[in-house]
Ligand binder design. Structure first.
Ligand code: SAM
Length: 208
C-alpha cells in the first residue's frame, strides 16, 4: 500500500528486501522498527508488549533480538510461525473477544503497543486508506485501554482522507504525540508512524 511510484522507491524496497533475506528477517519492515527503536529509545523501561498485526513476524523477531526478556502478546488475522516466548493469538484486532483475550494474556498494564496493520488491498486507494484508518483507530482504542499511565503506542498510519482528524483525536487522548518517518520507509510512500505516549483522562484506578 502506498500510492506514489518511482525508481528510487523500487531501489530502496529492493535494498531492504535483500538485507532481510540475508539477515534472516521475515519482513523488510523489520528495519523500520529497528530504526525507530534506536532513535526513539522505544524499549526503555518496557517489559510488557502487545503487538497488533504481527505476521509474518519481522517486528517480533526484532523485539526478541533487542531484549529477549520482553513479554510479548502478538496478534494477527494470519498465522505467524512460532517464536520462542511469544504468546500468539490468531484473530481480528477489531473483535472485542480478541481484545479480551489479549487482556487476559498480558497479565497487567502494558508498557508498549505496536501496530503495523495493513488491510488486504483492494487497489482502490480511498477504500484502502479508510480500512487502514479503522485498524489504527482500533489500535488506539486498545492502547488507551491496556497501557499503563506512562505507556506508549507506535502505529503505522496512512496519510490520506481522515488523517488530520484522527491525529487531533489522538492528541486529545495522549500527553505526547509525534509522527516518525524511518529511513527504511520510502520518502514517497504515504505511510508514517505515529508515536503517542501517556494516555490521559482515564479513571486513575484503571492502570498504574
Ligand atoms: C504489513 S503486515 C505486518 C508486518 C509485520 N510488522 C512484520 O514485520 O512481519 C500487516 C498485517 O496486518 C494484518 N491485519 C490486517 N487486518 C487485520 C486485523 N483486522 N486484525 C489482525 N491483523 C490484521 C495482516 O494479516 C498482515 O499480516
Amino acid at each position: 500500500m502506498g500510492r506514489p511510484r518511482g525508481g528510487q522507491r523500487e531501489r530502496k524496497k529492493e535494498h531492504y528486501y535483500r538485507a532481510a533475506k540475508r539477515e534472516g528477517y521475515r519482513s523488510r519492515s523489520a528495519y523500520k522498527l529497528k530504526q525507530i527503536v534506536k532513535k526513539q529509545k522505544l524499549l526503555l523501561g518496557v517489559d510488557r508488549v502487545v503487538e497488533l498485526c504481527c505476521s509474518p513476524g519481522g517486528w517480533t523477531q526484532v523485539l526478541k533480538e533487542l531484549d529477549s526478556s520482553l513479554q510479548i502478546v502478538a496478534v494477527d488475522l494470519d498465522m505467524m510461525p512460532p517464536l520462542e516466548g511469544v504468546k500468539f493469538i490468531q484473530g481480528d484486532i477489531l473483535d472485542e473477544k480478541v481484545i479480551e483475550r489479549i487482556e487476559s494474556l498480558t497479565g497487567g498494564a502494558v508498557d508498549l503497543v505496536l501496530s503495523d496493520c495493513s488491510p488486504k488491498v483492494t487497489g482502490h486507494w480511498d477504500l484502502d486508506v479508510a480500512r487502514q484508518l479503522s485498524l489504527v483507530e482500533g489500535t488506539i482504542n486498545i492502547a488507551y485501554r491496556l497501557l499503563g499511565n506512562k505507556g506508549k503506542v507506535l502505529a503505522k498510519v496512512f496519510q490520506g482522507s481522515g488523517f488530520q482528524e484522527f491525529l487531533q483525536s489522538v492528541k486529545k487522548r495522549f500527553n505526547s504525540v509525534k509522527l516518525i518517518k524511518p529511513d527504511a520507509s520510502r520518502k514517497t510512500s504515504a505511510e508514517i508512524y505515529l508515536l503517542a505516549i501517556g494516555p490521559r483522562g482515564r479513571n486513575p484506578q484503571e492502570s498504574s
